[in-house]
Design a protein around this ligand. Structure first.
Ligand SMILES: Nc1nc2c(ncn2[C@@H]2O[C@H](COP(=O)(O)OP(=O)(O)OP(=O)(O)O)[C@@H](O)[C@H]2O)c(=O)[nH]1
Ligand SMILES: [Mg+2]
Ligand SMILES: [Zn+2]
Length: 303
């Protein structure tokens, strides 16, 4: 490559400000970011240049994003986790004990981004899927979300996951330890990309993922492995956003008496009627109320 010519590349791995990028010829390069303002994430298309005698490429521009998954960091600033996605694979497993509120939040984030959702219930081999869990799984199916129960360890139903992921750009999210990396390692081809990860010396635990990596799938499409720390929950900002992130509540809410009905204390609320008629799942409605309250509280702190 002529040293000063800019060319597009895809961000395939990030660890702090160190990056791996893939150029259109399929080659992977180390890259660093020019200046302090740009914050590229996995899935970003960027512009890179080479500098004379420098092995690393320089990232100097990020192309506009189709969408991005965001969260609040410790300083309550919104930051991007990944960009240009078409699917969120929300993973649960036991251990750790599933937190369905986190699952609902992720579903909400995907709905707000208008991307596909796949719910993955892993570690089936440990026989943790009891009656209560089955009812929760069914409630997601009833809303229309695909749910796949699988075992990454015993390689059960991984073909069903592959079918969902085909030709999509998917990020795996969920609590730490649910098996996101194990699933991804079992469904992705052992490409140069998946083996060439940025090495990290500050690893927090045995296998815990600390960086984001994008890996190609054998049948087309790619997956992003992300760290699953508990605080890695997506950002949802306003009560209106909460309402649109629970699609079954939004659907019934369209017929409420008041346009700005939040379906909590209002009269003539169709969501409340649907709840009584068991057309809306009680647990999901509780998640909805909890998220409304959280958003209210955090907005109070902002002002
Ligand atoms: N029994 C059983 N164990 C599994 C299964 N999938 C993953 N595990 C184990 O669960 C542990 C955590 O798996 P990881 O794939 O590292 O989990 P993760 O979601 O990537 O975790 P973070 O990177 O910390 O977010 C490992 O010890 C895996 O071997 C499964 O299907 N069954
Ligand atoms: Mg991991
Ligand atoms: Zn209402």
């Amino acid at each position: 490559m002529n040293s000063n010519v800019s060319q597009p590349a895809l961000i395939v791995s990030t660890y702090s400000r160190r990056m791996l990028v893939k150029t259109t010829d399929g080659k992977i390069h180390n890259a660093k970011i020019k200046g302090k303002i740009l914050k590229p994430v996995c899935g970003d298309v960027v512009e890179i240049v080479s500098e004379r005698n420098e092995p690393e490429k320089i990232i100097h521009k990020i192309h506009s994003r189709k969408n991005e998954l965001t969260r609040y960091n410790q300083n309550r600033k919104k930051e991007s986790i990944a960009a240009n996605l078409s699917m969120l694979a929300i993973t649960a497993g036991n251990p750790p004990k599933p937190d369905w509120f986190i699952v609902d939040r992720y579903i909400g984030a995907a709905e707000l981004m208008d991307i596909k959702i796949c719910i993955i219930i892993n570690k089936e081999d440990l026989n943790w899927i009891n009656q209560e869990t089955k009812i929760i799984i069914n409630s997601y199916k009833e809303i229309g979300y695909p749910v796949i129960a699988c075992s990454a360890k015993k390689k059960i139903n991984l073909n069903l996951i592959n079918l969902q992921l085909k030709n999509n750009v998917t990020i795996f999210v969920g609590q730490s330890g649910v098996g996101k990396s194990t699933i991804i390692n079992n469904i992705s081809c052992n490409s140069e990309q998946s083996t060439q990860k940025i090495s990290n010396t500050t690893s927090m635990g045995q296998h815990t993922t600390v960086n984001s990596n994008m890996i190609d799938l054998p049948d087309g499409g790619s997956v992003i492995d992300s760290p699953g720390v508990r605080e890695f929950i997506p950002s949802i900002d306003s009560e209106k956003e909460v309402a649109s992130s629970f699609i079954e509540i939004q659907k019934h809410g369209m017929h409420c008496k008041y346009n700005d009905c939040l379906h909590i204390r209002e009269n003539n609320c169709e969501v409340k009627s649907a709840l009584k008629g068991k057309l809306i799942n009680e647990r999901r409605y509780e998640s909805y109320k909890r998220l409304i309250n959280e958003v209210k509280q955090s907005n109070k702190l902002k002002y």
